[in-house]
Design a protein around this ligand. Structure first.
Ligand code: HEM
Ligand code: HEM
Length: 257
């Protein structure tokens, strides 16, 4: 699943580093720095001077990064969440659709998007660290942790449970946190990073309007899907009882929802 982005990173990063005109945008080329200078500039403490004119190469990396990250975090991940919220009570294949969307489809898109971000900001820490970069990396790790966690709660289920396992709530809650942080990350991306590093001024006001509309629509759409929550809990209670008392006829009063 991750072979494609991996191969892409392995083969593409050296090309980018070799492409001196695009690797650094502060007027200097990689070969102009000594190895110790490059390492000294790694991290937020000793940033390189801000770019005084951006190469088309840098801009292309940022645009690719922004488009893929927005598509991954604001379209694909929410789609996977809605698949779960709306389909789980009606379609037994909701789980497959959910993990394929979240890991199989969103995974490569997000991975390539974030790698483009790293490439834009420089393999050697070209620009100072800021919230967008720090939280962007953290969000990426949380996303991966969430995929592993999702698989764990699916395959390692408590035996003879009488209630919903708490870890299932944690996964759902963390999923919503990821969506919220993703929207925040998009905001800092287009509102702070773009004007600061791309050197083309701020983006049109329509971008903020679109972002706001999306921030409002996502929770409304998820909240509306809560309409099915009672039915879902009832179905899950029946399933738990069937495991504990196989073959016995079920009474509604026995359900521990
Ligand atoms: C390999 C990847 C994943 C697997 C195997 C997986 C698995 C699951 C499972 C088993 C559930 C049911 C939990 C429950 O009973 O409530 C679930 C629900 C959920 N997952 Fe994932 N998940 C994955 C990735 C993600 C990611 C990356 C997100 C982040 C956006 C996410 C967000 C959610 C949410 C919000 C729910 C609750 C949906 C609802 O309202 O019912 N999942 N997932
Ligand atoms: C959820 C979406 C996003 C995530 C997870 C994300 C994450 C990241 C990461 C991890 C980096 C590199 C960090 C580093 O080098 O330490 C980065 C850099 C960058 N991002 Fe994003 N980003 C997102 C959205 C955006 C958007 C929408 C834009 C602009 C429209 C944007 C603009 C930038 C720029 C300009 C840089 C490079 C800054 C520099 O030259 O140092 N990002 N992002």
């Amino acid at each position: 699943m991750f072979l494609f982005p991996l191969a892409w990173v392995i083969f593409y990063i050296p090309t980018i580093l070799a492409d001196e005109s695009g690797a650094l945008v502060s007027g200097k080329r990689i070969s102009d720095y000594s190895a110790s200078e490059l390492w000294a500039r790694k991290g937020p403490k000793a940033p390189l001077p801000p770019p005084n004119g951006t190469s088309p190469h840098f801009k292309a990396l940022v645009i690719g990064h922004a488009l893929l990250c927005v598509f991954g975090f604001a379209v694909l991940l929410p789609a996977g969440v809605f698949l779960a919220r709306y389909l789980r009570t009606f379609r037994p294949w909701w789980y497959n659709a959910h993990w394929i969307m979240q890991a199989g489809i969103a995974g490569p898109v997000i991975t390539i998007g974030v790698v483009l971000g790293y490439m834009a900001s420089g393999a050697f820490g070209k620009t100072a660290g800021d919230n967008h970069k720090t939280y962007g990396s953290v969000l990426f790790y949380i996303y991966f942790a969430q995929c592993i966690f999702g698989a764990l709660i699916h395959y390692v289920k408590p035996k003879n449970a009488t209630r919903r396992p708490p870890q299932n709530y944690v996964h759902a809650l963390l999923g919503l946190v990821i969506l919220s942080l993703g929207m925040y990350q998009i905001r800092t991306g287009y509102h702070q990073e773009w004007p600061q590093y791309v050197g083309e001024g701020i983006l049109p006001a329509g971008v903020t309007s679109l972002w706001l509309v999306w921030c409002i629509l996502l929770p409304i759409a998820y909240g509306a899907g809560m309409y099915f929550i009672r039915l879902q809990y009832r179905q899950e209670a029946v399933a738990r009882l069937r495991i504990r008392k196989p073959g016995l006829p079920l009474q509604m009063s026995e359900l521990e929802v």
